[in-house]
Design a protein around this ligand. Sequence first.
Ligand SMILES: [Zn+2]
Ligand SMILES: [Zn+2]
Length: 323
Amino acid sequence: MKYLFACLPTALLCSVPFMAFNAYSADATQCEVEFVVLGIGQDGGAPQIDRHDDPAWKNPSQRLFAASGALIDHRNGDRYLFEATPDIREQLFALNEIAGKADNDDPLGLAGVFLTHAHIGHYAGLLFAGHESAGSKNLRVFAMPRMKNYLESNGPWDQLVRYSNIALSPIHDKDAVTLGESVSVTPHRVPHRDEYSETVGFVITGPSKSILFLPDIDAWDRWETEFGTRIEDMIAAVDVAYLDATFFDNNELPGRDMSAFPHPRLLDSMQRFASLPDEEQDKVRFFHINHTNKVRFETSEQYQAMKSRGFKLAGQNERVCLD
Ligand SMILES: [Zn+2]
Ligand SMILES: [Zn+2]
């Protein structure tokens, strides 16, 4: 199936940061396989629960859903969700608005779900596949071995397995999962706070382009020392890289020891990537933004600092053509 959406005919990437899901119209092109960003927030989203002074409560355009995306193969109608977040209801509504009604038997309209790890923003939404909500039948959920075992062995997740709402498919580090003609997903283990599961990022490959989806990592250096992977090599291997930018710098959580929250700081990442050629820097799209990270507001110093260095945030509902 072919379909239309709004971006320049030759553009790989159509960006509509902070805008609502119905912002697509005018310019049209055709794309057979695409990735759409469905959330750019940290696990708890923004505004965060109990932060009643956050302007996003009264200005929904400033809301950030938890980091998520969907791979859509328009040739066969398959849709794969990356992360089942606490915002899954709104995110699947947005996906439906963007891609139209899915033509399959799953009540969520999905051919499968890929999970990076067992932290709230990345898998809590899986419960909506269950008996009390959508009641999916054997929805494929792709998970690493520890993550799979965790879901099978602990309530409430094990009920999804016992009721056959989900069917778990094991995935393995650096082992590509083929999803269709010239479409695959490859997990890459990363260092993170792995209480219940491993943590991975995904390389999502379409017929001629690919993206890196990496919402959570503790440190770029540790990826290299512990897993032998250099972030610069990963950026070089893809066309667009969605990267963890949870915090802007170490001044963000007054009164709290930020060493307990080991994510690469956006400021440090920009410094690290500053020596890359322009075309490599252009691939980077920061996401997984914490509610405290002022980069989420276009009027902030932090956003302006990022922009002046030539870096970008991912946009909610941004689309990448993988043809
Ligand atoms: Zn996270
Ligand atoms: Zn995490």
